[in-house]
Design a protein around this ligand. Sequence first.
Ligand code: ADE
Length: 257
Amino acid sequence: MPDRQNTDQKAPNGAERDPQQPWMRIDIISAVPDSIRPVLESSIVGRAGRGGIVEMEVHNLRDYGLKKYRQIDDTPFGGGAGMILRCEPVFACVEALQAERSYDDIIFMTPDGELLDQPLCNTLSMRRNLIILAGHYKGIDQRIRDILVTREISIGNYVLTGGELPALVLADAIVRLLPGALGDAESALTDSFQSDLLDCPHYTKPAEFRGHHVPDVLQSGDHAAIERWRDQQALRKTRERRPELLSDDHLNAGKVQ
Ligand code: ADE
């Protein structure tokens, strides 16, 4: 599993990052860009953008719309309810971007895509340039998917009103893996799913809250014992909640009864 998280400015292949260049560029194409921009500008993703770790641009599909009304959708051939995103605006927007740089993947967010998981986020965090297309209509013309799109991703087995939230979920999950995006790079390495196990419980002060106590071992200062406790707790939680995540290695290690 490729791992991009580290504390320094080196890529996994040892390459140094040019401080003038971001690790990655992500272009998001949407018909409702205003719903995306504020999220990208806030929190850890926003800080990574301002820190030059990632370059993110949101493009308004309507800027590439047809004629006076900047039309981007139309009625479906064969009839039926709902509007379908037309080819021309999407191709015009993607081709304008491709004139500037080449892209590793053009991703379409759709509930019938490949299910997003941590290994897929890790893989995508190794890319240089990504386009994420957020559909906001009943559907998009199949020719966009056949000709342009290189990857189709779903964030879960449920249907949202558009691809904007899924695009943000994907961007967040990727950006946090880029070197330097998280203040404490440890936390990306140890969080749930990065080790195929769920995360262990965490506590902070006070040591007692409304009769509930922090486990003694965490206050013992015995780092080896703390590590062992955390491993055991991660295994216990995984066995209880997501037993299908446990591999033969976990079971053979004799840590799971
Ligand atoms: N668009 C609507 N629902 C979606 C989902 N679950 N995943 C990705 N894109 C979507």
